[in-house]
Design a protein around this ligand. Structure first.
Ligand SMILES: Nc1ncnc2c1ncn2[C@@H]1O[C@H](COP(=O)(O)OP(=O)(O)OP(=O)(O)O)[C@@H](O)[C@H]1O
Ligand SMILES: Nc1ncnc2c1ncn2[C@@H]1O[C@H](COP(=O)(O)OP(=O)(O)OP(=O)(O)O)[C@@H](O)[C@H]1O
Ligand SMILES: [Mg+2]
Ligand SMILES: [Mg+2]
Lengths: 256, 256
């Protein structure tokens, strides 16, 4: 049965999109069947995976609001075993349209239901907020992976995120849980990075992935070519890190 | 009469909070009377300026939702001429509470009205979204300053932001306009940074500040000490850049 994982953190710019696209691509390299769902109106995952958010074709918006069946919203990518449900700028308006729907927080869950039997992984890229789109993602999955940037502000927002995940777990989705936290943009030259790593490992003992993603310019260049890091620069530190992470995620099942 | 400026960009992690706190502090150093309004539930500006978001006292939430007068929500900081209306985690729920209010998009504008006569600058830190909190900020001000990270995704979201600012200008606040775009986290060692600078200057000719804020670890360390960069590391490249930016902002008035 397929795993459904939300990549969520309301702090902005921490590596959510970079993790969804490159973790997804590394799992596909291992032969897993992967779908990336881009639930962010910015459509960064759509671009980074090589698709054009402005091109015709059904998107997450059509699936959520217009109720187009999910199999008509899937796009293939250049990479085998990796496809995507792309985002669209109109998704920015979806939060307002969802608010008035019945069972508004489980629209995504219903739409994705048939996917779980066909794919090994459904990875959802979330926007940097705890609004209705992110709540929809937390209801639609059973696992959360949270990227944490190796910067000071990283620790501030964790409390609110954990509280929200627990709220969704208690009220709507009892099978929801954190699978793990992944440290990103680690820069060994700064004390700050090392301090954050130590602090996070103390705070969240046992739930922090061993793999740490280093700050690497290759990772920030890859999206401009519409390629995952494993294709753009296969031997770079970023590519190695995301392959290691994929192995860890694939092995770390049902940590609870 | 005081200037009201929103620091807005729905892309996450681009340096909005870093710009509000350090631009504000540099303007205060020049003797301007400055208020920083933290409209982000993450409360990063509140922490970075040296306050504790968990401490008692009125916050932006009390002002917006409980209608506490603005003068009772102002906190002083360690720095002369710089005060702050702090954020609070409860602000995350404010968007839902605001939705049902009459004239929901101008609640902040009404609350801040009396401030403009007392201060030279009111700087508003926005969350990474185009939701009701950011809309409230765009209605409450006449100027927008947008930090743009020197990364690939930076250009993707600009169209949506410009469209939204124009929408607010046409429908609710005709005096709203972009004062400028400031390039942040510039790293001269990467081609990507230089490419983005060139692309942004071509795209937005005339509206891009000359000052470019370099990527500097001092800037990311300062918030953990609750100090603006001008206090934490006065001779660092980050401190110099934000002083230069403050001069440019102070001189660049009514560019239209
Ligand atoms: N390990 C890394 N090394 C260097 N740059 C990185 C790394 N991870 C991400 N980046 C870059 O940092 C920026 C922020 O990353 P990304 O967009 O993935 O974060 P995000 O959490 O999805 O942001 P948002 O909150 O806006 O959705 C991007 O420009 C990305 O290319
Ligand atoms: N010029 C810089 N050099 C190095 N680090 C920086 C610089 N500017 C900001 N940072 C760091 O980068 C991270 C993101 O910056 P910041 O939090 O100011 O962005 P933001 O746009 O306010 O994020 P959000 O979208 O979550 O509100 C922070 O950890 C900050 O300390
Ligand atoms: Mg993203
Ligand atoms: Mg911020």
């Amino acid at each position: 049965l397929g795993r459904r994982i939300a990549i969520a953190n309301q702090k902005g710019g921490v590596g959510k999109t970079t993790t969804v696209v490159n973790l997804g691509a590394a799992l596909a390299e291992m032969g897993r069947e992967v779908v990336v769902v881009d639930l962010d109106p910015q459509a960064n995952a759509t671009t980074a995976i090589g698709l054009d958010p402005r091109s015709p074709g059904n998107t997450v918006y059509d699936m959520l609001v217009q109720k187009v069946p999910v199999r008509e919203c899937l796009s293939i990518t250049e990479q085998e075993h990796l496809c995507c449900i792309p985002s669209h700028l109109d998704l920015a308006g979806a939060e307002v349209e969802l608010v008035s729907m019945l069972a508004r927080e489980s629209q995504l869950s219903t739409a994705l239901e048939s996917l779980t039997h066909l794919y090994d992984y459904v990875l959802i890229d979330c926007p940097p907020s705890l609004g209705l789109l992110t709540i929809n993602a937390l209801v639609a999955v059973t696992e959360v992976i949270t990227p944490i940037q190796c910067e000071y502000f990283a620790l501030e927002g964790l409390g609110a995120l954990i509280q929200n995940v627990n709220l969704v777990k208690q009220r709507v989705n009892p099978s929801l849980d954190f699978t793990g936290f992944v440290l990103t943009m680690f820069d060994p030259r700064t004390n700050l990075s090392t301090q954050v790593v130590n602090e996070v490992r103390n705070h969240l003992a046992g739930k922090v992935f061993n793999t740490i993603v280093p700050r690497s310019v290759r990772l920030s260049e890859a999206p401009s070519f519409g390629q995952p890091i494993g294709v753009y620069s296969p031997t770079s530190r970023g590519a190695i890190a995301y392959r290691d992470l994929a192995l860890e995620v694939d092995q770390r099942y049902d940590t609870t």
